[in-house]
Ligand binder design. Sequence first.
Ligand SMILES: Nc1ncnc2c1ncn2[C@@H]1O[C@H](COP(=O)(O)OP(=O)(O)OP(=O)(O)O)[C@@H](O)[C@H]1O
Ligand code: SF4
Ligand SMILES: [Mg+2]
Length: 338
Amino acid sequence: MTTTTTATSDAATSTTSTPLLSVRDLTMTFPGRRARSAPVRAVDGIDFEVAAGETLGLVGESGCGKSTTGRMIVRLLEPTAGSVSYDGRDITHLSQRELKPLRRDLQMVFQDPHSSLNPRQTVARIISDPLMVQGSSAAEARKRAVELMDLVGLIPEHIDRYPHEFSGGQAQRIGIARSLATSPRLVVADEPVSALDVSVQAQIVNLMERLQRELGLAYLFIAHDLSVVKRVCDRVAVMYLGRIVEIGVKERVYAAPAHPYTRALLSAVPLPDPAAERARERITLLGDPPSPAAPPPGCTFHPRCPKAQEICRTEAPLLRIASPGEARQVACHFPEAA
Ligand SMILES: Nc1ncnc2c1ncn2[C@@H]1O[C@H](COP(=O)(O)OP(=O)(O)OP(=O)(O)O)[C@@H](O)[C@H]1O
Ligand code: SF4
Ligand SMILES: [Mg+2]
């Protein structure tokens, strides 16, 4: 989505300039939902960076910890361990008061546009609120809300309507306008198109790409599906059961996935050419992901992995560079050769 050289080069993860966002050993353990049930390690020590102006796609099956990761980054949740640094500053444990000025820079767009907008507030109020929290007057905030409606392709005259008067795609535009009100530098977009029809998905993705070009935003773009992020991301991170199993530049990961889980996810992405679609190998994963309250020993993917061997049952593979000269990292004892 960007031409930022540090972000798109294969050496992206070893860039020397300070990344806009850096997470280190980020961990979230929820207490069990019932008395005496085991704690849930929803995010299990992940590391990644996002450069200014780049898009990192974060992909994985339901329950692997994507939303929890996004919510920790914007500090809707406080991590139980590890750190989040923004522009070189550790923000992991800042108080709400200390976070307030940072809320300008770090924003979130949610999956379900209607349920993330207050049904009792007008669009004017929804978009103006983040500005008024930052100290704008009501008149200034309303003027900016009108501009933002125009920017995201909504009719500014509809500013005094309520969310239910808009379609799903339009409601997501309102969510995007709200997230942009304070001119953020990083937007965590948590499955921003999953709840929308396919044709509307493309419009929202186009809008997000255009806004990135015009405003220089960085995105952490969360999705279930590798096909959704293919268009938009510069790099992609694949998550399984709270851990990153593969991370690298988009072109490399899509052309030559190194982790068996990435290969399986990619084999489920439909190909536009029917002949290629018939010819390609489909990898069907057995069963559902295990519960993060009781992860399997060793490589947590081993019960579903077509390549699993003895060592996989006992030794957890570390995320490391798989092939010399390539910044892509893979957590597998037997990664596919690049
Ligand atoms: N507040 C909570 N208390 C206990 N467990 C939680 C809580 N929030 C999330 N979890 C658990 O943490 C794990 C990760 O959840 P999360 O919502 O981050 O996954 P996800 O990848 O976003 O899934 P989806 O694709 O369905 O949105 C899941 O097992 C979930 O049940
Ligand atoms: S470490 Fe073993 S079980 Fe895990 S992904 Fe690699 S081959 Fe499969
Ligand atoms: Mg989620």
